[in-house]
Design a protein around this ligand. Structure first.
Ligand SMILES: [Zn+2]
Length: 522
């Protein structure tokens, strides 16, 4: 048992009865006292370890209700050169990426397109060595037919001036006959074979550090069963530092039912979440399911990805086995059909069904969402990313887009997340988007459809307690009061005191999960 007192802070508890305190005590993982420092120290007695938070503002740990951590972890473990506009930009991206990898790890990814660079040049190993001398690098081009390797990678695979070109391949050489580091077609295969298959658990461990540094202490993972296995292994090894609610992919529903998996099972580190269903596609591809057609494409109403009768069947199968349902629905028709299906499938006592994204919804359906107790799991940054798209494709439609204000006023439970890696996982950018409905550069000035803005307190609540509620964990997380988990973050910008535009630039100083400092800003 370790008793810790977190002191010298402005702690925003999220508890309306006592919204602000100066100190908080945690016995092991759980909060046992909050108040003034004198009150807290009197409550816990002598012998507690003191953690000085240097006068920082503290908020409950942020909780991402919709994130694909396996995809995020895989992407972050590779460098992406698709957007580099010159050799110099590509090298800068490689240097930054390499610095974040563990010593000796391969630098992988690439997808560079030297034809699109301002000055199209064929890159070589010397350029790569200049930013990445001490770890092997093997970076395929955008079409995958060429690999750009550094000197260390060539040495490891045994390619030098004496190596002949293989059948169906070319080792590009300079005027002295030395390999330049460019390997075409079959010449790249030995190098590709040498690259180790990365373990998802290792990738998640590295991703976890990013997420903790952003102030996230819990998440709902929407990726597959391999991701669940990896998280369970990390938990069993004591390596998990943030808490995971793991969704079940629809393809795995039957197997999950057969093994008796139920939403809420597990412990505070890894818990079973809802099954994830899809009812439509996305706005950008004209595949979200709409009551009216898209502007300029009026005959097109999008796509019902799962037929309605199947939706009802799947909901019944899940709910009767104790598994909650989270259904992706972006268009107003999709949202309406999902509500119809939840209603037709019948009550699911103890389970909180949800709609993922709930982006474009008719007002009448928002009232139904409240009445049916369906949680809206939304991603504020999708709103600011989609402003132009909505204007172009849904102008004049009679629905509410990213209607946080209306949803809250109608009494819908709101949970916030990022949908990373579709968007960046930074929750402070999400809070800023929810409060201002502007992009981080301040556009459009005054906010897009500003009547749907919500307050800092409401946005923060959706990103903490709201996500906990969606998971049925509202008595465990989301508010800093005795009896709940000591999951909290100290930040350099007090969201309740700062200018709203500063919220997006918030830096997390300390991340505490289960009463332990898991990440400290260097
Ligand atoms: Zn998603």
């Amino acid at each position: 048992m370790t008793m810790r007192v977190f002191r010298n802070a402005t702690i925003h508890t999220g508890d309306p009865h006592r919204p602000q305190v100066q100190a908080l005590a945690a016995d092991d993982e759980v909060i046992v006292a909050t108040g003034t420092e004198a009150e807290v120290r009197a409550a816990v007695g002598p012998g507690a370890e003191l953690v000085d938070l240097d006068g920082a503002a503290v908020i409950p740990g942020l909780y991402d209700a919709h994130i694909h951590t396996a995809s995020y972890a895989r992407e972050r473990s590779q460098v992406d050169l698709r957007t580099a506009r010159s050799l110099e930009e590509a090298l800068a991206a490689i240097a930054e990426h390499a610095a974040r990898q563990r010593p000796g790890a391969w630098v992988l990814g690439g997808r560079w397109n030297s034809n699109a660079w301002e000055r199209p040049v064929q890159p070589d190993r010397h350029a790569l060595d200049s930013v990445c001398p001490d770890r092997p690098a093997a970076l395929p081009s955008i079409d995958g037919h060429t690999v750009w390797a550094n000197s260390l990678a060539l040495r490891m695979v045994g390619i030098d001036r004496t190596t002949p070109d293989p059948v169906g391949g070319q080792i590009v050489r300079d005027e002295h006959g030395e390999p330049t580091g460019i390997l075409r077609e079959a010449a790249s295969y030995p190098l590709r074979d040498l690259v180790p298959e990365e373990d998802l658990a290792d990738q998640l461990l590295a991703a976890q550090e990013d997420l903790l540094a952003l102030g996230l202490t819990s998440l709902h993972d929407i990726d597959g069963e391999d991701c669940r296995d990896a998280y369970l292994r990390l938990r069993d090894a004591g390596a998990l530092k943030l808490r995971v609610l793991k969704a079940i992919p629809v393809e795995h529903l039957e197997a999950a039912v057969a093994e008796g998996r139920r939403t809420g099972d597990g412990d505070d580190w890894v818990r079973t979440g809802p099954v994830k269903l899809f009812s439509d596609g996305a706005l950008g591809s004209h595949t979200c399911h709409m009551i009216d057609g898209f502007t300029g494409d009026e005959g097109n109403h999008g796509i019902a990805v799962t037929p309605y009768d199947d939706l009802v069947k799947l909901i019944r199968t899940a709910a009767s086995a104790g598994i909650a349902v989270a259904t992706h629905a972006i268009g107003d028709r999709a949202n309406r059909l999902v509500l119809d299906a939840y209603e037709q499938a019948g009550p699911a006592p103890g389970l909180r069904h949800r709609i993922e994204h709930a982006q474009h919804v008719r007002r009448a359906d928002i009232a139904r969402m409240a009445r049916l107790g369906v949680v809206a799991s939304m991603q504020p940054v999708h709103c600011t990313s989609d402003i132009d798209l909505v204007a172009a494709l849904l102008a004049g439609h009679d629905h509410v887009s990213y209607g946080w204000r209306t949803l809250l006023d109608e009494g819908v439970a709101l949970a916030f997340g990022s949908d990373a890696p579709v968007e960046h996982p930074n929750p402070f950018v999400a809070l800023h988007a929810a409060v201002t409905r502007t992009r981080t550069d301040g556009t459009p000035s005054g906010g897009w459809q500003p009547e749907q803005r919500i307050s800092v307190g409401e946005a923060l609540r959706a990103h903490t307690l709201g996500s906990a509620y969606a998971a049925g964990e509202e008595h465990r997380k989301g508010v800093l009061t005795p009896g709940r988990l000591a999951d909290l973050v100290a930040v350099d910008t007090d969201p309740f005191a700062a200018e709203v535009d500063a919220i997006a630039r918030t830096q997390v100083l300390t991340t505490v999960v289960g009463g332990q400092v898991r990440r400290q800003r260097p």
